[in-house]
Design a protein around this ligand. Sequence first.
Ligand SMILES: Cc1ncc(COP(=O)(O)O)c(C=O)c1O
Length: 415
Amino acid sequence: MEGLHHGELRVLRGPRLARRRLQGREDRQGHPVRGGAAAARGGALSRAGAGGRAVSARLPEFTWDALEKVGALAAGHPDGVINLSIGTPVDPVPEVIQAALAAGADAPGYPLTAGTPRLRRAITDWVARTCRTPDREFGVLPTIGSKELVAWLPTLLGLGPGDVVAVPRICYPTYEDGARLAGAETVRADSLTALGPDNRVRLIWVNSPSNPTGQVLPATHLRKVVDWARERGAVVASDECYLPLGWTAEPVSALAPEVTGGSYAGVLAVHSLSKRSNLAGYRAGFVAGDPALVAELLKVRKHAGMIVPAPVQAAMVAALDDERHAAAQRERYARRREVLREAFAGAGFEIEQSDGGLYLWVTSGEDCWATVEWLARRGILAAPGAFYGPAGERHVRVALTESDEKIAAVPSRLA
Ligand SMILES: Cc1ncc(COP(=O)(O)O)c(C=O)c1O
Protein backbone atom coordinates (compact mmCIF):
# COMPACT_ATOMS: atom_id res chain seq x y z
CA MET A 1 0.00 0.00 0.00
CA GLU A 2 2.86 2.33 -0.71
CA GLY A 3 1.85 5.85 -1.59
CA LEU A 4 -1.31 5.82 0.48
CA HIS A 5 -1.61 8.36 3.21
CA HIS A 6 -2.59 7.25 6.66
CA GLY A 7 -6.32 7.88 6.36
CA GLU A 8 -6.61 6.02 3.07
CA LEU A 9 -5.09 3.00 4.73
CA ARG A 10 -7.82 3.16 7.29
CA VAL A 11 -10.42 3.27 4.55
CA LEU A 12 -8.90 0.48 2.51
CA ARG A 13 -8.36 -1.89 5.36
CA GLY A 14 -12.08 -1.75 6.03
CA PRO A 15 -11.44 -2.39 9.71
CA ARG A 16 -15.10 -2.65 10.41
CA LEU A 17 -15.78 -5.23 7.74
CA ALA A 18 -15.42 -8.15 10.09
CA ARG A 19 -17.92 -6.84 12.55
CA ARG A 20 -20.27 -5.52 9.89
CA ARG A 21 -23.88 -6.11 10.67
CA LEU A 22 -26.84 -5.52 8.49
CA GLN A 23 -28.80 -2.46 9.40
CA GLY A 24 -32.45 -2.70 10.30
CA ARG A 25 -35.20 -0.26 9.60
CA GLU A 26 -33.85 2.43 11.85
CA ASP A 27 -30.55 4.20 11.64
CA ARG A 28 -28.15 4.53 14.53
CA GLN A 29 -29.96 7.55 15.89
CA GLY A 30 -33.25 5.66 15.80
CA HIS A 31 -34.62 7.79 12.97
CA PRO A 32 -36.76 6.05 10.39
CA VAL A 33 -34.64 5.59 7.28
CA ARG A 34 -35.51 5.57 3.59
CA GLY A 35 -35.26 1.79 3.54
CA GLY A 36 -38.23 1.47 5.88
CA ALA A 37 -40.92 0.96 3.30
CA ALA A 38 -38.88 -1.51 1.32
CA ALA A 39 -38.01 -3.40 4.47
CA ALA A 40 -41.65 -3.63 5.39
CA ARG A 41 -42.65 -5.04 2.01
CA GLY A 42 -39.81 -7.58 2.12
CA GLY A 43 -41.98 -10.38 3.56
CA ALA A 44 -40.40 -13.80 3.26
CA LEU A 45 -37.56 -12.29 1.29
CA SER A 46 -36.63 -10.01 4.15
CA ARG A 47 -34.95 -13.07 5.65
CA ALA A 48 -32.70 -14.00 2.80
CA GLY A 49 -29.70 -16.28 2.83
CA ALA A 50 -28.07 -17.53 6.01
CA GLY A 51 -30.26 -15.69 8.47
CA GLY A 52 -29.56 -12.25 6.96
CA ARG A 53 -32.06 -9.64 5.83
CA ALA A 54 -32.76 -9.06 2.15
CA VAL A 55 -30.28 -6.48 0.87
CA SER A 56 -33.15 -4.65 -0.86
CA ALA A 57 -34.57 -3.98 2.60
CA ARG A 58 -31.77 -1.44 3.11
CA LEU A 59 -32.85 0.51 0.03
CA PRO A 60 -35.78 2.86 -0.53
CA GLU A 61 -38.68 2.17 -2.85
CA PHE A 62 -37.59 2.93 -6.40
CA THR A 63 -38.37 6.64 -6.57
CA TRP A 64 -39.62 6.70 -10.13
CA ASP A 65 -42.59 4.45 -9.38
CA ALA A 66 -44.10 7.45 -7.54
CA LEU A 67 -44.35 9.30 -10.87
CA GLU A 68 -46.64 6.73 -12.46
CA LYS A 69 -49.96 8.43 -11.66
CA VAL A 70 -48.91 11.86 -12.78
CA GLY A 71 -47.23 10.24 -15.79
CA ALA A 72 -50.59 8.86 -16.86
CA LEU A 73 -52.07 12.37 -16.56
CA ALA A 74 -49.34 13.78 -18.83
CA ALA A 75 -49.73 10.89 -21.28
CA GLY A 76 -53.41 11.81 -21.65
CA HIS A 77 -52.52 15.09 -23.38
CA PRO A 78 -54.05 15.05 -26.91
CA ASP A 79 -50.67 15.86 -28.50
CA GLY A 80 -48.78 13.31 -26.42
CA VAL A 81 -46.41 13.56 -23.50
CA ILE A 82 -43.21 15.61 -23.48
CA ASN A 83 -41.06 13.69 -21.04
CA LEU A 84 -38.59 16.00 -19.29
CA SER A 85 -38.47 13.86 -16.17
CA ILE A 86 -35.48 11.66 -16.94
CA GLY A 87 -32.03 12.50 -18.24
CA THR A 88 -31.84 9.71 -20.78
CA PRO A 89 -30.25 10.60 -24.12
CA VAL A 90 -32.62 10.54 -27.11
CA ASP A 91 -30.26 11.39 -29.99
CA PRO A 92 -28.54 8.66 -32.03
CA VAL A 93 -25.28 7.03 -30.99
CA PRO A 94 -22.67 8.74 -33.23
CA GLU A 95 -21.72 6.67 -36.29
CA VAL A 96 -18.03 6.60 -35.38
CA ILE A 97 -18.90 4.87 -32.09
CA GLN A 98 -21.37 2.42 -33.62
CA ALA A 99 -18.75 1.43 -36.17
CA ALA A 100 -16.16 0.79 -33.44
CA LEU A 101 -18.66 -1.32 -31.49
CA ALA A 102 -19.40 -3.42 -34.58
CA ALA A 103 -15.70 -3.77 -35.38
CA GLY A 104 -15.14 -5.06 -31.85
CA ALA A 105 -17.96 -7.61 -32.06
CA ASP A 106 -15.73 -10.68 -32.54
CA ALA A 107 -14.68 -10.95 -28.90
CA PRO A 108 -14.70 -14.58 -27.75
CA GLY A 109 -12.21 -14.18 -24.89
CA TYR A 110 -12.53 -12.51 -21.48
CA PRO A 111 -11.84 -8.79 -21.52
CA LEU A 112 -9.41 -7.08 -19.16
CA THR A 113 -10.95 -5.51 -16.04
CA ALA A 114 -8.28 -2.81 -16.24
CA GLY A 115 -9.27 -2.09 -19.85
CA THR A 116 -7.23 -2.69 -23.00
CA PRO A 117 -3.96 -0.72 -23.23
CA ARG A 118 -5.61 1.26 -26.04
CA LEU A 119 -8.59 2.15 -23.86
CA ARG A 120 -6.38 3.05 -20.91
CA ARG A 121 -4.45 5.40 -23.18
CA ALA A 122 -7.67 6.96 -24.54
CA ILE A 123 -9.00 7.54 -21.00
CA THR A 124 -5.68 8.98 -19.84
CA ASP A 125 -5.48 11.36 -22.82
CA TRP A 126 -9.08 12.48 -22.36
CA VAL A 127 -8.67 13.08 -18.62
CA ALA A 128 -5.40 14.97 -19.15
CA ARG A 129 -7.00 17.33 -21.65
CA THR A 130 -10.50 17.67 -20.18
CA CYS A 131 -9.59 17.76 -16.49
CA ARG A 132 -6.43 19.83 -17.23
CA THR A 133 -4.10 17.59 -15.23
CA PRO A 134 -0.48 18.76 -15.25
CA ASP A 135 0.76 15.17 -15.74
CA ARG A 136 -0.45 11.62 -16.37
CA GLU A 137 0.40 10.18 -12.96
CA PHE A 138 -3.23 9.44 -12.08
CA GLY A 139 -4.73 5.94 -12.20
CA VAL A 140 -7.58 5.03 -14.60
CA LEU A 141 -10.15 2.23 -14.64
CA PRO A 142 -13.16 1.64 -16.92
CA THR A 143 -16.52 1.01 -15.24
CA ILE A 144 -19.81 -0.44 -16.43
CA GLY A 145 -21.38 3.00 -16.68
CA SER A 146 -20.82 5.22 -13.67
CA LYS A 147 -23.91 4.28 -11.66
CA GLU A 148 -22.52 0.92 -10.62
CA LEU A 149 -19.34 2.57 -9.35
CA VAL A 150 -21.34 5.18 -7.47
CA ALA A 151 -23.46 2.45 -5.90
CA TRP A 152 -20.55 0.17 -4.97
CA LEU A 153 -17.76 2.63 -4.17
CA PRO A 154 -18.33 2.66 -0.39
CA THR A 155 -18.32 -1.15 -0.40
CA LEU A 156 -15.27 -1.35 -2.67
CA LEU A 157 -13.41 1.02 -0.32
CA GLY A 158 -14.23 -1.16 2.67
CA LEU A 159 -16.71 1.20 4.35
CA GLY A 160 -19.28 -0.27 6.69
CA PRO A 161 -21.31 0.35 9.82
CA GLY A 162 -19.89 3.21 11.87
CA ASP A 163 -18.58 4.96 8.75
CA VAL A 164 -20.19 8.05 7.28
CA VAL A 165 -20.59 9.05 3.63
CA ALA A 166 -21.17 12.78 3.04
CA VAL A 167 -23.39 13.71 0.10
CA PRO A 168 -24.77 17.04 -1.16
CA ARG A 169 -28.03 18.23 0.43
CA ILE A 170 -29.81 17.85 -2.91
CA CYS A 171 -28.31 15.10 -5.04
CA TYR A 172 -28.42 12.01 -7.22
CA PRO A 173 -29.97 9.35 -4.94
CA THR A 174 -27.42 6.63 -5.72
CA TYR A 175 -24.80 8.25 -3.42
CA GLU A 176 -27.04 7.43 -0.47
CA ASP A 177 -27.99 4.03 -1.89
CA GLY A 178 -24.29 3.16 -2.10
CA ALA A 179 -23.78 4.05 1.54
CA ARG A 180 -26.78 1.89 2.46
CA LEU A 181 -25.45 -1.07 0.45
CA ALA A 182 -22.25 -0.83 2.51
CA GLY A 183 -24.20 -0.44 5.76
CA ALA A 184 -22.68 3.03 6.29
CA GLU A 185 -24.50 6.18 7.33
CA THR A 186 -25.17 9.19 5.12
CA VAL A 187 -24.97 12.83 6.07
CA ARG A 188 -26.26 15.56 3.76
CA ALA A 189 -24.12 18.70 3.78
CA ASP A 190 -23.07 21.34 1.26
CA SER A 191 -20.40 22.99 3.36
CA LEU A 192 -17.60 21.85 5.57
CA THR A 193 -19.11 23.87 8.40
CA ALA A 194 -22.32 21.87 8.02
CA LEU A 195 -20.28 18.66 8.14
CA GLY A 196 -18.83 19.72 11.46
CA PRO A 197 -16.02 17.87 13.16
CA ASP A 198 -17.43 14.35 12.42
CA ASN A 199 -14.31 12.25 12.02
CA ARG A 200 -16.33 9.20 11.02
CA VAL A 201 -16.64 10.70 7.51
CA ARG A 202 -14.69 8.37 5.22
CA LEU A 203 -16.06 9.37 1.81
CA ILE A 204 -17.32 12.71 0.48
CA TRP A 205 -19.30 12.96 -2.76
CA VAL A 206 -19.29 16.17 -4.76
CA ASN A 207 -21.10 16.55 -8.07
CA SER A 208 -20.40 19.49 -10.37
CA PRO A 209 -22.29 20.30 -12.51
CA SER A 210 -24.95 18.89 -10.24
CA ASN A 211 -27.80 16.59 -10.95
CA PRO A 212 -30.43 17.93 -10.27
CA THR A 213 -29.60 21.60 -9.57
CA GLY A 214 -27.04 22.34 -12.30
CA GLN A 215 -24.87 24.02 -9.67
CA VAL A 216 -21.24 24.39 -10.70
CA LEU A 217 -18.77 24.33 -7.80
CA PRO A 218 -15.83 26.75 -7.97
CA ALA A 219 -12.28 25.39 -7.71
CA THR A 220 -11.84 27.15 -4.35
CA HIS A 221 -14.71 25.14 -2.86
CA LEU A 222 -13.40 21.85 -4.28
CA ARG A 223 -9.95 22.66 -2.93
CA LYS A 224 -11.34 23.19 0.58
CA VAL A 225 -13.18 19.87 0.43
CA VAL A 226 -10.02 18.06 -0.71
CA ASP A 227 -7.93 19.70 2.03
CA TRP A 228 -10.56 18.87 4.67
CA ALA A 229 -10.73 15.25 3.51
CA ARG A 230 -6.97 14.82 3.41
CA GLU A 231 -6.61 16.14 6.95
CA ARG A 232 -9.04 13.46 8.11
CA GLY A 233 -7.97 10.63 5.84
CA ALA A 234 -11.27 10.61 3.94
CA VAL A 235 -11.66 10.08 0.18
CA VAL A 236 -13.23 12.71 -2.10
CA ALA A 237 -15.26 11.21 -4.95
CA SER A 238 -16.10 13.82 -7.54
CA ASP A 239 -18.93 12.78 -9.87
CA GLU A 240 -18.06 14.61 -13.07
CA CYS A 241 -20.42 12.97 -15.53
CA TYR A 242 -21.70 16.41 -16.63
CA LEU A 243 -18.28 18.09 -16.74
CA PRO A 244 -18.39 18.76 -20.52
CA LEU A 245 -21.76 20.54 -20.11
CA GLY A 246 -20.98 23.93 -18.58
CA TRP A 247 -23.29 26.77 -19.73
CA THR A 248 -23.00 29.91 -17.64
CA ALA A 249 -20.05 28.71 -15.54
CA GLU A 250 -16.96 26.68 -16.39
CA PRO A 251 -16.96 23.37 -14.50
CA VAL A 252 -13.64 22.40 -12.89
CA SER A 253 -12.50 18.83 -12.36
CA ALA A 254 -11.36 17.72 -8.93
CA LEU A 255 -8.21 16.53 -10.73
CA ALA A 256 -7.29 20.06 -11.88
CA PRO A 257 -4.09 21.38 -10.28
CA GLU A 258 -5.85 24.28 -8.53
CA VAL A 259 -7.89 21.66 -6.65
CA THR A 260 -5.35 18.89 -6.07
CA GLY A 261 -2.33 21.10 -5.43
CA GLY A 262 -0.42 18.72 -7.69
CA SER A 263 -1.09 15.44 -5.83
CA TYR A 264 -3.96 13.06 -6.58
CA ALA A 265 -3.92 11.61 -3.04
CA GLY A 266 -7.40 10.85 -1.78
CA VAL A 267 -9.20 12.11 -4.91
CA LEU A 268 -11.26 10.10 -7.41
CA ALA A 269 -13.05 11.61 -10.42
CA VAL A 270 -15.99 9.59 -11.75
CA HIS A 271 -16.85 10.02 -15.44
CA SER A 272 -19.44 8.74 -17.85
CA LEU A 273 -19.91 8.63 -21.61
CA SER A 274 -23.69 8.31 -21.23
CA LYS A 275 -24.44 12.00 -21.63
CA ARG A 276 -21.40 13.27 -23.53
CA SER A 277 -21.65 10.63 -26.24
CA ASN A 278 -25.27 9.34 -26.01
CA LEU A 279 -23.95 6.02 -24.71
CA ALA A 280 -26.26 5.35 -21.77
CA GLY A 281 -27.25 2.09 -23.48
CA TYR A 282 -23.64 0.89 -23.76
CA ARG A 283 -22.85 1.32 -20.02
CA ALA A 284 -19.53 3.10 -20.42
CA GLY A 285 -17.82 5.03 -17.66
CA PHE A 286 -14.50 5.31 -15.90
CA VAL A 287 -12.82 6.48 -12.74
CA ALA A 288 -9.53 8.39 -12.57
CA GLY A 289 -7.41 9.74 -9.77
CA ASP A 290 -5.30 8.57 -6.82
CA PRO A 291 -3.26 5.68 -8.31
CA ALA A 292 -3.26 3.71 -5.06
CA LEU A 293 -7.03 3.96 -4.65
CA VAL A 294 -7.62 3.08 -8.31
CA ALA A 295 -5.28 0.06 -7.96
CA GLU A 296 -7.27 -1.09 -4.96
CA LEU A 297 -10.55 -0.73 -6.87
CA LEU A 298 -9.05 -2.78 -9.71
CA LYS A 299 -8.01 -5.57 -7.33
CA VAL A 300 -11.50 -5.91 -5.88
CA ARG A 301 -13.30 -5.49 -9.19
CA LYS A 302 -11.19 -8.24 -10.78
CA HIS A 303 -12.45 -10.66 -8.15
CA ALA A 304 -16.02 -9.43 -8.49
CA GLY A 305 -16.15 -9.73 -12.30
CA MET A 306 -16.92 -6.03 -12.77
CA ILE A 307 -15.64 -5.95 -16.34
CA VAL A 308 -16.60 -3.70 -19.24
CA PRO A 309 -17.42 -5.91 -22.27
CA ALA A 310 -14.74 -5.90 -24.99
CA PRO A 311 -16.89 -4.39 -27.78
CA VAL A 312 -17.90 -1.57 -25.41
CA GLN A 313 -14.23 -0.99 -24.56
CA ALA A 314 -13.56 -0.60 -28.29
CA ALA A 315 -16.50 1.78 -28.63
CA MET A 316 -15.22 3.84 -25.69
CA VAL A 317 -11.90 4.37 -27.46
CA ALA A 318 -13.70 5.80 -30.49
CA ALA A 319 -15.89 7.99 -28.27
CA LEU A 320 -13.02 9.37 -26.21
CA ASP A 321 -10.78 10.03 -29.21
CA ASP A 322 -13.45 12.07 -30.99
CA GLU A 323 -14.46 15.50 -29.69
CA ARG A 324 -16.50 16.42 -32.77
CA HIS A 325 -19.60 14.42 -31.94
CA ALA A 326 -19.41 15.61 -28.31
CA ALA A 327 -19.32 19.26 -29.45
CA ALA A 328 -22.29 18.69 -31.76
CA GLN A 329 -24.29 17.02 -28.98
CA ARG A 330 -23.41 19.86 -26.62
CA GLU A 331 -24.74 22.35 -29.17
CA ARG A 332 -28.02 20.44 -29.37
CA TYR A 333 -28.42 20.63 -25.61
CA ALA A 334 -27.50 24.33 -25.59
CA ARG A 335 -30.27 25.08 -28.11
CA ARG A 336 -32.84 23.01 -26.20
CA ARG A 337 -31.80 24.66 -22.97
CA GLU A 338 -32.47 28.13 -24.42
CA VAL A 339 -35.95 27.15 -25.60
CA LEU A 340 -36.84 25.62 -22.22
CA ARG A 341 -35.29 28.47 -20.24
CA GLU A 342 -37.33 31.09 -22.07
CA ALA A 343 -40.50 29.00 -21.90
CA PHE A 344 -40.26 28.36 -18.14
CA ALA A 345 -39.19 31.92 -17.31
CA GLY A 346 -42.01 33.25 -19.52
CA ALA A 347 -44.49 31.09 -17.61
CA GLY A 348 -43.41 32.69 -14.33
CA PHE A 349 -41.01 30.06 -13.01
CA GLU A 350 -37.81 31.01 -11.21
CA ILE A 351 -34.83 29.20 -12.70
CA GLU A 352 -32.19 28.70 -10.02
CA GLN A 353 -28.55 27.55 -10.33
CA SER A 354 -28.71 25.55 -13.61
CA ASP A 355 -25.24 26.80 -14.64
CA GLY A 356 -24.28 23.45 -16.11
CA GLY A 357 -25.45 19.92 -16.74
CA LEU A 358 -28.50 18.47 -18.33
CA TYR A 359 -31.28 20.05 -16.27
CA LEU A 360 -33.05 23.26 -15.33
CA TRP A 361 -33.86 23.55 -11.63
CA VAL A 362 -37.08 25.52 -11.48
CA THR A 363 -39.59 26.59 -8.86
CA SER A 364 -42.91 28.33 -8.73
CA GLY A 365 -42.65 28.64 -4.96
CA GLU A 366 -45.05 25.79 -4.21
CA ASP A 367 -44.67 22.13 -3.32
CA CYS A 368 -42.94 20.20 -6.09
CA TRP A 369 -45.80 17.75 -6.52
CA ALA A 370 -48.23 20.63 -7.18
CA THR A 371 -45.87 21.93 -9.88
CA VAL A 372 -45.39 18.44 -11.34
CA GLU A 373 -49.15 18.06 -11.58
CA TRP A 374 -49.60 21.55 -13.10
CA LEU A 375 -47.08 20.60 -15.78
CA ALA A 376 -48.60 17.15 -16.31
CA ARG A 377 -51.97 18.78 -17.11
CA ARG A 378 -50.12 20.45 -19.99
CA GLY A 379 -48.64 17.12 -21.08
CA ILE A 380 -45.20 17.83 -19.65
CA LEU A 381 -43.58 15.41 -17.24
CA ALA A 382 -40.91 16.78 -14.89
CA ALA A 383 -39.16 15.25 -11.87
CA PRO A 384 -40.18 16.39 -8.37
CA GLY A 385 -37.25 17.94 -6.51
CA ALA A 386 -38.11 15.89 -3.41
CA PHE A 387 -36.63 12.86 -5.22
CA TYR A 388 -33.22 14.42 -4.59
CA GLY A 389 -33.51 15.24 -0.91
CA PRO A 390 -35.89 17.04 1.46
CA ALA A 391 -34.32 20.41 0.58
CA GLY A 392 -35.55 19.97 -3.00
CA GLU A 393 -39.23 19.79 -2.24
CA ARG A 394 -40.14 23.18 -3.70
CA HIS A 395 -38.36 22.66 -7.01
CA VAL A 396 -38.79 20.50 -10.08
CA ARG A 397 -36.07 19.21 -12.38
CA VAL A 398 -36.54 19.76 -16.10
CA ALA A 399 -34.32 17.64 -18.37
CA LEU A 400 -32.96 18.84 -21.71
CA THR A 401 -33.29 15.33 -23.11
CA GLU A 402 -36.24 15.37 -25.48
CA SER A 403 -36.21 15.60 -29.27
CA ASP A 404 -35.98 19.04 -30.88
CA GLU A 405 -39.56 18.65 -32.06
CA LYS A 406 -40.91 17.99 -28.56
CA ILE A 407 -38.82 20.74 -26.98
CA ALA A 408 -40.15 23.17 -29.60
CA ALA A 409 -43.69 22.39 -28.44
CA VAL A 410 -43.00 23.31 -24.79
CA PRO A 411 -43.47 27.12 -25.09
CA SER A 412 -47.00 26.83 -26.45
CA ARG A 413 -47.97 24.29 -23.80
CA LEU A 414 -46.76 26.62 -21.05
CA ALA A 415 -48.27 29.77 -22.60
C1 LIG B 1 -24.99 12.64 -11.16
C2 LIG B 1 -25.03 11.34 -11.89
N1 LIG B 1 -24.08 10.45 -11.67
C3 LIG B 1 -24.06 9.26 -12.29
C4 LIG B 1 -25.06 8.92 -13.19
C5 LIG B 1 -25.02 7.57 -13.83
O1 LIG B 1 -24.78 7.64 -15.18
P1 LIG B 1 -24.27 6.36 -15.99
O2 LIG B 1 -24.44 5.16 -15.13
O3 LIG B 1 -25.15 6.31 -17.19
O4 LIG B 1 -22.85 6.62 -16.31
C6 LIG B 1 -26.08 9.82 -13.46
C7 LIG B 1 -27.15 9.47 -14.39
O5 LIG B 1 -28.06 10.17 -14.66
C8 LIG B 1 -26.06 11.07 -12.79
O6 LIG B 1 -27.00 11.98 -13.00
